[in-house]
Design a protein around this ligand. Sequence first.
Ligand code: ADP
Ligand code: MG
Length: 355
Amino acid sequence: LPLPAPRRIKALAQDVVNKIAAGEIIVAPVHALKELIENAVDAGATQLDVVAKEGGLKLLQITDNGHGIDKEDLPILCERFTTSKLKAFEDLSSIATYGFRGEALASISHIAHLTVTTRTKESSCAWRAHYADGKLTSPKPGQSAEPKPIAGRPGTQITVEDLFYNVPSRRKAFRSASEEYAKILEMVGRYAVHCFGVAFSCKKHGDSSSGLSVPASAGMLDRIRQIHGSAVANELVSFKTGNDRWGFKCEAWISSANYSAKRTTLLLFINHRAVESAAIKKSIEQTYATFLPKGGHPFVYLSLEIEPHRVDVNVHPTKREVHFLNEDEIVEIICEEIRNSLGKVDTSRSFMTQS
Ligand code: ADP
Ligand code: MG
C-alpha cells in the first residue's frame, strides 16, 4: 500500500488554543466557582455569597466584601498570566495565597460571558467591566468597552453567564442542572467549613432562602453542624499534630467510632486549598475499618499545612491534584493520631458503661 502523503503542520488559531486551555482548567461550573471562591478569600473577604442558575451553567455569581480591584488593573485583569500574587518563579516556593497563576479569570472569559463589578475602599464608586477572550468588551454593540462607574459597595462581584456557550460539545455533556448545583453547594460547603471567620451563603437564583448559610461568627462545630448535620457534629473528635522533620502541621475534626455513614466524607485542605487525594482517603478508610461496622464510613476534615517548598502545586493548571514530599510518612502520622483518638473515645465509652 502506498504511504499517505504527510499532512502539513499548521498552528492552531489563538482563540482555539485559548478555548482548549480554558476547557482543561474549567470542566464544570464548580471548577470556575472554586477559583472564584479562592480569589475572594485571597482578597480578605469575610462575606461570600454565591448565586447559581441552572446549576451554574446559565449564571454563576459570587459577591464578596474583599479589598476589590483597582480600576487601573481592569484592562489586564483577564489576560492570561496576570496576577497580583506571583512575581518571580522563585515566589512559587513561598506562595501563601490560594491562586498563583493568573489563569482563572482569563480561562473563564474564553468560555463564558464575564462581568466584573468592583470597588476598592479608596474609590468613591464601583466600576463595572465586561470581558470576552481575555479582553475588555462592550456589553452591547456600539457601546464602549471601557469600565463604567456605577454605585456599589466595596468588594467584588463576579458574574459568569452562559458557561461553555461557545463550546457546544462541553455544554451538551451536562446531564442535569441539579447535579451541577449539588457540586456547587458541596464546594461552597467545603470552604464554609474551612474558612474560619468568613460568612458563606449559596442559593439558586430566584430562591428566597439559601441552600446553605453560615455566619462569620460560627465556630468549627457549628459550621460542620450547619452543613453536615447534627448526627456527625455530635460525634466529632478533634486533634492537632505535626512534625518538624516532615515540615507539616495538621488540624483534624473526625467522626468517632460511634458514627458511621454509607460513604466517606473527606474534606481535605492542603495549604488552605481544597484538594482531592485518593491515597489519603484510602489510608483513612483503612484506619477506620477496624473501628467501624462493616460497610461503615467516617467523616473527616483535615487541614494540612505543609512547608511550601515541599509541596508541588505546579502539577497541573487544575491544581486539584497536589503532591508533597514524604507523603507516606505524613499520612502515617495522621492515621496514627486517628487511631489514638478513636481508641480514646472507645475506652471512655466502655468505662462509662462499666461504671
Ligand atoms: P490568580 O488568583 O492566580 O492571581 P486569577 O485569574 O484568579 O489569578 O485572578 C487574577 C487577579 O485578579 C488576582 O491576582 C487578583 O489580583 C484579582 N482578583 C480576582 N478576583 C478578585 C476578587 N474577588 N477580589 C479582589 N481581587 C481579585
Ligand atoms: Mg485565582
